[in-house]
Design a protein around this ligand. Structure first.
Ligand code: BTN
Length: 277
């Protein structure tokens, strides 16, 4: 089966789902531009919470910070999920991302026995390499209420990164980690079940922050963070209530970083702390 794997279909997914509302309905595309863009369009037309858009291939897959998300056809799980968490204030929308990151880790463990790490802010790692990326987008009304949260997931299932030189060394797939191909459908249905369970706990008032932080790299490590405010090196102490990374700088100050890319210490570039004011 190798990198290609079996094709998914809306019928196969719907028949296999064990959820009540996540993945109902499912919109499946053999090829699309971006599941994220398709779902945004559907959300604007009133699509209901739980709507899933999933594709075997994306021509314009998007990552965080304007990057591309590249995955060979049928090699991955590429999907976007629609939530309408009107019970959350907009500054807590990141809890939906945490729920999905934890659900990815749950599903990977259930299907492969491997325990991934989470990496601040939004990645899922295996052996310090990227296994999955999450892109969360939020629409807020003029009354400052959440209208929708769309969580896009790219999970490397059967990708052969030896064929993708620009990603070799930084990314890993499940098949590479366990040495055999993985059937995507049971992994997807497990993942969606864990999303539903964890999101319902969130709706009932459970904050996923402490569980998310417990799995989180780089807490307790020396890191360099490339953020829009600048590049900072220091000790990753903890995360605060908003999900911001608290970084202790060499001068003893601790600063919160809301968004950025973490380089674990062994990857740190030469240039450091250029943005510290
Ligand atoms: C990142 O790590 O930068 C986030 C990557 C998110 C990629 C997924 S693939 C499915 C969905 N559609 C997109 O265009 N992007 C997300």
């Amino acid at each position: 089966m190798g990198q290609m794997g079996a094709a998914l279909s809306a019928e196969a997914i719907t028949a296999a789902l064990r959820t009540r509302w996540v993945g109902r309905p499912t919109v499946f595309r053999g090829t699309t531009g971006s599941t994220q863009d398709e779902l945004k369009h559907l959300a604007g037309q009133g699509a209901t919470e739980g709507t899933l858009v999933i594709a075997d291939e994306q021509l314009c897959g998007r990552g965080r910070m304007g990057r591309k998300w590249v995955a060979p056809a049928r090699s991955s799980l590429l999907f976007s999920l629609l939530f309408r968490p009107t019970f959350l204030p907009p500054n807590c929308a990141h809890r939906v991302t945490m729920v999905c990151a934890l659900a990815i880790a749950d599903a990977v463990y259930e299907v492969t026995g491997l325990r991934p790490d989470l990496k601040w802010p939004n990645d899922v790692l295996l052996r310090d390499k990227k296994l999955a990326g999450i892109l969360t987008e939020v629409e807020v009304s003029q009354e400052n209420k959440i209208v929708w949260v769309i969580v896009g997931v790219g999970l490397n299932v059967n990708v052969d990164f030896s064929q993708l030189p620009e990603l070799r060394g930084v990314a890993i797939s499940l098949s590479e980690a366990i040495g055999r191909p993985i059937v995507r459908l049971p992994l997807l249905t497990a993942l969606l079940s864990h999303v539903e369970r964890r999101y319902e706990a969130l709706r009932a008032g459970h904050n996923p922050l402490s569980e998310w932080a417990a799995h989180l790299l780089p807490l307790g490590r020396e890191v360099t963070v490339v953020a829009s405010e600048g590049t900072f090196s220091g000790f990753a102490e903890s995360v605060d209530e908003t999900g911001a990374l608290l970084l202790r700088l060499p001068d003893g100050r601790t600063i919160p970083i809301l968004a950025g890319d973490v380089l674990l210490h062994r990857e740190a570039p030469e240039q450091e702390n250029e943005g510290v004011k």
